[in-house]
Design a protein around this ligand. Structure first.
Ligand code: 1GP
Length: 247
């Protein structure tokens, strides 16, 4: 049986110590490589725990590699958050090996994984087995992923997916409002998932304030992800990180 690797241990040991984690998502299609070194240093100083790289559209493997190479200099894990196979790079440490559970498209349920697995093995990336649930509909990921809608006010449906994910042996669940979503997810969703499963619970999409980030973390999110806010204000991104790390 495949042992869980270093990045998983890094994450789980922090959670077991009672820490809340913050991950910074960088979209290699939108990042400015000449600023990234400086900007990412500010986020590391604020306390972000890891970097994720990925996007739904237009990421070239060269961009993913360049961004991963810059981010890995900080010594924090760099995790591919794949919109597709183009986001994979051997310069990362790990990859969210994600099933888009509420997709209607076989490609995102298993076929992408069959294509990706031999490449991930060649690149020696650590796979983090993850259930990915896209709940916000008005976003690129919902369109690209052919998402079957989950009503925002039906946490019992999210719990059913989470239980299925746990029974399948997945370790992580990523509750996604979608990058740049107008509204973040309700804290009720991570709260229910944590009540009924032991999955490491990640929440992201549309988080633009320290208050919202803290509410999500207080109600069960082990890991809070921000991405877009970084393109708007590095200060606000840092404030959100500090708000989570001070919990
Ligand atoms: C997207 O959840 C992440 O997959 C981050 O979303 O860009 O809205 O912060 P934002």
């Amino acid at each position: 049986m495949r042992e869980m690797g270093k990045v998983h241990e890094y994450i789980v040991s922090k959670i077991e110590r009672g820490e809340k984690l913050h991950f910074t998502l960088v979209d290699p299609d939108r990042a400015n490589p000449s600023d990234l070194e400086k900007v990412s240093k500010l986020l590391v100083d604020a306390g972000t725990d890891a970097f994720m790289i990925g996007g739904s559209l237009a990421v070239t493997p060269e961009e993913a590699t360049l961004v991963a190479r810059i981010l890995r200099e900080h010594g924090l894990p760099v995790i591919v958050f794949p919109g597709n196979l183009n986001c994979l790079t051997p310069q990362a440490d790990a990859v969210f090996f994600m099933i888009l559970m509420n997709s209607l498209e076989p490609y995102y349920l298993i076929q992408a994984h069959v294509q990706a697995a031999p490449i991930i093995a060649k690149y020696r990336l650590e796979p983090l087995p993850t259930a990915y649930l896209v709940i916000g509909l008005d976003t690129a990921v919902a369109h690209v992923g052919r998402v079957h809608p989950i009503p925002r006010d039906k946490p019992e449906i999210v719990v059913a997916y989470a239980l299925a994910a746990e029974m399948l042996g997945l370790k992580y669940i990523y509750l996604e409002a979608g990058s740049g979503a107008k509204e973040p997810l309700s804290p009720v969703l991570p709260q229910f998932v944590k009540k009924y499963t032991r999955l490491v619970t990640i929440v992201g999409g549309g988080i633009r304030s320290p208050e919202v980030a803290r509410e999500l973390a207080k109600h069960g999110a082990d890991i809070v992800v921000t991405g877009t806010i970084l393109e708007e204000s590095v200060d606000l991104a840092s404030t959100i990180i500090r708000a989570i790390k001070e919990m």
